[in-house]
Design a protein around this ligand. Sequence first.
Ligand SMILES: Cc1cc2nc3c(=O)[nH]c(=O)nc-3n(C[C@H](O)[C@H](O)[C@H](O)COP(=O)(O)OP(=O)(O)OC[C@H]3O[C@@H](n4cnc5c(N)ncnc54)[C@H](O)[C@@H]3O)c2cc1C
Length: 227
Amino acid sequence: MRVVIDKIIQETESVKRFFLITPGKTAFNFLPGQFITLRMHGHERSYSIACPPNHEGVIELCIVLNPEGKVTPELWQLKPGDEIEISEALGSMVLPEAMDTDVCFVCTGTGVAPFRSMIGHLLRSGELKHDVYLVFGNRYSADILYRAEFEAWAEANRRFHFIPVLSREDGVHKTGYVHAVYENIFADKRNAHFYVCGWEAMCREARQRLKAIGYNRRQYTFEQYDG
Ligand SMILES: Cc1cc2nc3c(=O)[nH]c(=O)nc-3n(C[C@H](O)[C@H](O)[C@H](O)COP(=O)(O)OP(=O)(O)OC[C@H]3O[C@@H](n4cnc5c(N)ncnc54)[C@H](O)[C@@H]3O)c2cc1C
């Protein structure tokens, strides 16, 4: 499907939010957590949909520039009004039909994109019956995507817990890496489901650590951005 770029926001030094619009602003069907594949100069790349489902045909993507990459430098040249070709919504990292346990979302950088869609959808769908944690790793506080929004959501919903973790900055937020944080929250091994999204090294380590705590394969879902 060809879509038009409606708006682009430079969110941080290296991340842009792209707002795409379907022809005629007809709704684009997707489940929170899914991604689209974009075709550019013969290359295909996948991007998670960063917004919850909506009736306006808006598809938000949140993309980090890889200056050495083949596709993202091309995306950085695009302007509002340009058209791009995308696939239908794909992917199986979606919410369960019934939320009957605590949920922990673990991500770094733009790995937060599908979780913004999922958490936005959950909060819109009614009061949370279980605790929902977002453990979000970044290097510096300036890198925390959607920070004001997540803070406002946590303020308004006592069961939503926003936990930024910074690896290269001390201060009000937790320091270090995401892994020690969820290990600590779930040290009691209570029933929970984990969603993990980001680059290979973080996903691999999370898989090992969750297994070591005692969670089984049915209790975690991964979306790996590379490899
Ligand atoms: C299901 C899925 C969803 C995705 N969703 C997103 C998303 O929402 N936002 C987003 O920014 N990306 C997302 N990606 C990654 C995206 O598809 C591209 O891989 C990325 O944009 C780099 O494309 P490129 O052509 O510029 O670089 P390439 O030419 O593909 O770069 C070569 C290699 O560099 C590595 N690399 C690139 N960027 C980084 C980085 N920041 N950190 C560590 N290693 C890196 C990867 O190993 C990659 O294979 C997703 C990938 C998948 C599979």
